[in-house]
Design a protein around this ligand. Structure first.
Ligand SMILES: [Fe+2]
Ligand SMILES: [Fe+2]
Length: 243
């Protein structure tokens, strides 16, 4: 079904079955909320923590882009019939992802957040690059270069920080704290929602496949390139309630 299905416009979207529309809305809603919440709890506070004018300048750019991602997902959400209150954190009963329960206290934590948090975001956005809903596909293609810049920002600053013993210990500590939280970011193993996303060609991969790929890429980056140690985690992730 999904090989032939291509939904190019909002008008075409409106003609799709309810299951398709609900599935697309779930993804757009989740991105709109989490981009804004991430900007509020990580990127904007990090401007004050950035140690030099250069670091502040780049952090401002990251914060600007993350707010921009929210704005674009929110616009798309409104076009496909999601009430505005559902597109902002705290606006509905929908909680932001548990990954954002983390409280940012140091510059090292922020750099680790960009290093492995935005790597996770890249994987999520990669999965939407061939989405059957073209407005979402196009939005993903637009924001991908910025997500790559955020991950590169994390890698560049972490590479600098690991040169010094004290900041290296702080980076390692942040990684040990933050990496296990990232596992839930990909959703439950055996997720029914994900099954529907794949059925309609909205997403390509299972949550567990993305999580396993993420673990491989995070290991190559953090251990291979930066010489840090990833804590042991359950790569199987949370199980779906119905499974
Ligand atoms: Fe983003
Ligand atoms: Fe980002």
């Amino acid at each position: 079904m999904s090989e032939k299905l291509q939904v190019k416009t909002i008008e075409e979207f409106n003609q799709q079955p309810e299951e398709y529309k609900t599935a697309v809305r779930k993804i757009v809603r989740s991105h709109a909320i989490n981009e804004l919440f991430g900007a509020q709890v990580f990127d904007e506070p990090a401007i004050a923590l950035a140690p030099t004018p250069y670091a502040k300048w780049l952090t401002c750019r990251v914060a600007m882009e993350e707010y921009g991602h929210h704005v674009r997902f929110k616009e798309l959400g409104e076009q496909i019939g999601i009430p505005e209150a559902e597109l902002i954190p705290g606006g509905t009963s929908k909680r932001p992802l548990s990954v954002f329960d983390f409280k940012l206290k140091t510059w090292e934590e922020f750099c680790v957040n960009k290093l492995i948090g935005d790597l996770a975001e890249i994987l999520q956005v990669e999965d939407l690059l061939h989405c059957t809903f073209h407005p979402l596909r196009n939005l993903s293609r637009q924001i991908m270069p910025e997500e790559k810049f955020h991950a590169q920002f994390g890698e560049d600053f972490c590479s600098e920080l690991v040169q010094n013993e004290k900041s290296r210990a702080a980076v390692q500590e942040a990684l040990t704290k933050f990496y296990p939280i990232m596992m839930a970011f990909f959703g439950a193993t055996g997720s029914r929602n994900n099954e529907i996303f794949r059925k309609w060609g909205i997403k390509l991969r299972k949550n567990e496949e993305m999580r396993a790929d993420y673990a491989v890429r995070a290991k190559a980056l953090c251990e291979g390139k930066l010489g840090l140690k990833l804590p042991k985690v359950d790569v199987d992730g949370p199980k779906a309630a119905h499974a």
